[in-house]
Design a protein around this ligand. Structure first.
Ligand SMILES: Cc1cc2nc3c(=O)[nH]c(=O)nc-3n(C[C@H](O)[C@H](O)[C@H](O)COP(=O)(O)OP(=O)(O)OC[C@H]3O[C@@H](n4cnc5c(N)ncnc54)[C@H](O)[C@@H]3O)c2cc1C
Length: 342
């Protein structure tokens, strides 16, 4: 079978399919997958549900995806940072955060100022913290390399070329992100909305040991310094760097860490693909023999093991688990014939 796309969703799916006994070829024309490699790598079910409008109702699904990560990380040799994430802000904003967490049935732990300063040196005076242990993180580029290496060791073949259809393959798994090259094969792709994201990397700053959520940005310490993100530019399907549009993000970074106000940074951009309800489309396309694994919006890394499980079950007939129906491409109402195994 062919997997189109070597981002987080394509690689996790290819590895799961190979582990299920399938002969897999992954095609991707790019050297670096766009969204997966520029992402912050947060595996953040709780703060995504608390802060991202429209995601609150999916906390159970996001947590279930996160719970699949330890096994995938062990299988592929991906390092997980499970130390948690801190909401850092003023009194009023943290009161809002506590209320949203309570609305989700979750609870954070108030972090004493001294501990916040120890975990996040340079954090702005006057800010307090609320720690959520449920939200984890990985380093995207090493994780991509590890997933690819594990897939290769499991027999997956990689080709640096675009897939233009199912060809002779028994199945085509479409994990092409925001790419529209396969829309003629899988018409559902044309319903995806691109959302450009620009993210800053303060190369000389460490920012401490913990991922932080601030009022209008997040700050994540990583291998390349402190990553601060990210813009959400709906309808934009380009990765052009636009420094003028980043002023609000730079100001938000400076409110979290005053030392960042005058610091230099690098900028990266990627394009997320989003469905109308914010959850990915994973399952049979209306095209015969085509499985969709696209549209993970802000949470592609978080959702990758769940997407892989569901996509693999579509091929093997194994149990796809309790969340498959909520990811089924058919939920958007198109009455159509379902794909059957070719
Ligand atoms: C700035 C930013 C920050 C983010 N932060 C986070 C985060 O902290 N946590 C999180 O969970 N998510 C985050 N995301 C979202 C996450 O990056 C995406 O949801 C995820 O990477 C999508 O993975 P993917 O495999 O679907 O797509 P991609 O990573 O875009 O990969 C798709 C691949 O398909 C290839 N392709 C396209 N067309 C074809 C074709 N015809 N044939 C073969 N290959 C093809 C492309 O070359 C590309 O490599 C962030 C995104 C951005 C932009």
């Amino acid at each position: 079978m062919t997997v189109a796309g070597a981002g987080a969703l394509g690689l996790a799916s290819a590895l799961a399919l190979a582990d299920a006994g399938c002969a897999v070829t992954v095609c991707d024309p790019a050297n670096a997958p766009q969204a997966s490699s520029v992402a912050a790598g947060m595996l953040a079910p709780v703060f995504e549900a608390a802060l991202d409008d429209g995601t609150a109702g999916d906390l159970d699904l996001l947590l279930a995806a996160r719970n699949l990560w330890p096994a995938l990380a062990q299988r592929a040799g991906v390092a997980l940072d499970r130390s948690g994430t801190v909401a850092a802000g003023g009194e009023a904003w943290l009161a809002l955060i506590r209320a949203r967490l309570a609305g989700l049935g979750m609870r954070g732990a108030d972090m004493p100022r001294a501990m916040l300063e120890e975990m996040a040196p340079g954090v702005a005076p006057g800010l307090e913290g609320v720690l959520v242990r449920e939200d984890w993180r990985l380093e995207p580029r090493p994780a991509l390399a590890a997933l690819r290496a594990a897939a290769e060791a499991a027999g997956v073949v990689f080709r640096t070329e675009a897939a233009d259809g199912r060809g002779e393959a028994d199945w085509l798994v479409v994990a092409s992100g925001a790419g529209q090259g396969l829309a003629g094969v899988a018409p559902e792709l044309s319903t995806l909305t691109p959302i450009k994201g620009q993210i800053l990397a303060f190369l000389a700053e460490r920012g401490g040991r913990m991922s932080l959520r601030g009022e209008a940005c997040y700050a994540v310490p990583g291998a390349d310094g402190l990553a601060v993100g990210a813009t959400m530019e709906a309808g934009r399907n380009d990765t052009a760097i636009d420094p003028a549009s980043l002023q609000p993000l730079v100001e938000a970074a400076g409110r979290l860490f005053p030392g960042l106000a005058d610091a230099t940074f690098a900028i990266s951009a990627g394009v997320r693909a989003a469905t109308a309800d914010g959850l990915p489309m994973v399952g049979p396309s209306q095209a015969s023999g085509v499985i969709l694994a696209v549209g993970a919006r802000r949470n592609g890394w978080l959702l990758a093991p769940l997407v892989a499980r569901v996509a693999t079950a579509c091929v093997t007939g194994a149990d796809s688990g309790p969340y498959a129906a909520r990811l089924d491409p058919g939920r958007f109402g198109a009455a159509r014939e379902r794909t059957t195994a070719p």
